[in-house]
Design a protein around this ligand. Structure first.
Ligand SMILES: NC(=O)c1ccc[n+]([C@@H]2O[C@H](COP(=O)([O-])OP(=O)(O)OC[C@H]3O[C@@H](n4cnc5c(N)ncnc54)[C@H](O)[C@@H]3O)[C@@H](O)[C@H]2O)c1
Length: 331
């Protein structure tokens, strides 16, 4: 049976995508290295749900190991790949640069090589990031795929741009049908503990102070996970013709300020946050804002979830998994 390989399947987005594809009757094979960048327990819990509730076969594999990925794809009859495994995070890249070299650059190349040697490959969809646009404080315009991306301001962003360039070369040389998706701040249930919505919720419930960087004026195009999954699956089903490569934004087209975001978290938690206001951090960009007309034209993608609804869904999930002290609930 033809199989979809999802890399990073124990991660936040990979978990939701694998769940959705399995629910529509696809055979899904997940891989992840279960590293300890954030709490491994959460990755293990997502993987447990995937294998128990969705019968997704999930294996511990490092995508940066080329022979492991290539052998797996050959043996398991893989014809579509959703490559999400990566070292995420802008701030972490200041102190752990080689994690990005390994997972994002060597890992991306290893997936491309495996696809090159899979003649029946129908489509490789891979994760890029809005961070490739760099810092554009005063543009007042949504980011378009045709905008310049020559000045990434973090190694994370540079590693994602490197992935896009490698993909372009591989499509040119070997006719691999590919779509790169530039994600814009994805959030929701089963999300990432290193992201602000997660840590702010944890701190609001514990009554601990939070650091608000950029004096609350930073803006992000927060995108709810269910909308993102709609977009990924819609794109997967529409491979580019003739082994081409395209890059699409996938965001919400509605940037919100960090101050708004904090008020929404306070309302959803029913607790005020103790805030300390700080300067922007190196590598942070002032604003992200996706023009989504290209993905909308291709798939009809239209994000539907407001930040108020999405954060409230997240906080409900958070409280079902953790106590207000932040401990994982026994179940
Ligand atoms: N969540 C966002 O807001 C966002 C924004 C822009 C881009 N992205 C990109 O989307 C993708 C998924 O992000 P996410 O939010 O689900 O992050 P995540 O960290 O939850 O998921 C990534 C998964 O990849 C795994 N992984 C890392 N290195 C690996 C390796 N060498 N081999 C195998 N597995 C490895 C991790 O263990 C993790 O489970 C990433 O490529 C990320 O860069 C996410």
């Amino acid at each position: 049976m033809s199989t979809i390989l999802v890399t990073g399947a124990a991660g936040f987005i990979g978990f939701h995508v694998a769940m959705r594809l399995s629910a529509r009757g696809e055979r899904v094979l997940g891989v992840d290295d279960f590293n300890d960048y954030y709490e491994q327990e959460l990755k293990i819990a997502r993987a447990g749900r995937l294998s128990r509730d969705a019968h997704v076969d999930i294996r511990r594999v490092d995508v940066a190991n080329p022979s492991a990925i290539r052998d797996l794809m050959a043996v398991e009859d893989v014809d579509r790949v959703i490559h999400l495994a990566a070292q995420a995070g802008v701030r972490y890249s200041l102190d752990h640069p080689f994690a990005y070299e390994r997972s994002n650059m060597a890992g991306h190349l290893s997936v491309l090589e495996a696809c090159r040697h899979t003649p029946k490959l129908n489509h490789l969809v891979y994760a890029s990031s809005s961070s490739v646009y760099g810092d554009r404080p005063s543009s007042g315009q949504a980011f378009k795929e045709t905008d310049p991306v020559d000045h990434p301001i973090s190694l994370y962003a540079a590693s994602k741009r490197a992935g896009e360039l490698m993909s372009d070369t591989y499509s040119h040389l070997f006719n691999i049908p590919q779509t790169g998706l530039r994600f814009f701040t994805v959030y929701g249930p089963w999300g990432r503990p290193d992201m602000a919505y997660f840590s702010f919720t944890r701190k609001a419930l514990r009554g601990e102070p939070v650091a608000i960087f950029g004096e609350g004026r930073l803006q992000r195009d927060f995108t709810y996970i269910d909308d993102i999954v709609d977009g990924i699956v819609g794109v997967l089903d529409r491979p580019p013709l003739n082994g081409g490569h395209r890059i699409l934004n996938i965001g919400n087209n509605q940037p919100r300020s960090l101050s708004d975001f904090v008020s929404i978290i306070e309302a959803a938690c029913g607790r005020p946050l103790k805030k300390s206001i700080l300067q922007m951090q190196p590598g942070d960009v002032s604003c992200t804002w996706a023009d989504v007309s290209a993905i909308n034209g291709l798939t009809g993608y239209t994000p539907k979830t407001s930040l108020e609804v999405g954060i409230s869904e997240f906080v409900s999930w958070f409280r079902s998994r953790y106590t207000d002290d932040g401990e994982v609930r026994a179940n």
